[in-house]
Unconditional design. Structure first.
Length: 128
């Protein structure tokens, strides 16, 4: 049985925010740290804290009306089917309110960084 660490990461964050949790624990890996850093820069979560060698603690952000900052997540590229796109095919998510996370040769980038760098890659997921 294969496990998908990216899907596990985004679903853990989405479920914890819908349940009203303050923070969530994520399994520590290089790609998880890169994705969490991008999500923190885009304002979906607070800066991740490495608890120990195996766990990353992520504090969640809520709006002023106590609703979660993350209202939806959509996974594109999976273990069974990879989805690659050029920078011209990567568009804004929810008229700019969301973000698409892309794995490129320059590392994990958001959709606006991909268009700015003019580089394509594997579309991991979108979040809004």
């Amino acid at each position: 049985m294969q496990h998908d660490p990216i899907s596990d990461l985004i679903i853990r964050i989405q479920n914890a925010s819908r349940a009203g949790k303050e923070s969530v624990s994520i399994v520590n890996s290089k790609i998880a740290r890169a994705v969490l850093t991008k999500l923190a820069i885009k304002g979906f979560i607070k800066e991740p804290k490495i608890k120990n060698a195996k766990i990353i603690d992520v504090d969640l952000i809520y709006k002023t009306d106590k609703s979660p900052r993350i209202s939806g997540v959509s996974r594109y590229s999976k273990l069974s089917k990879r989805l690659y796109r050029g920078f011209r095919e990567i568009h804004r998510v929810k008229q700019g309110y969301g973000s698409m996370i892309v794995s490129t040769p320059k590392g994990i980038l958001s959709d606006d960084e991909v268009r700015k760098e003019k580089i394509g890659g594997e579309i991991l997921f979108s979040i809004w």
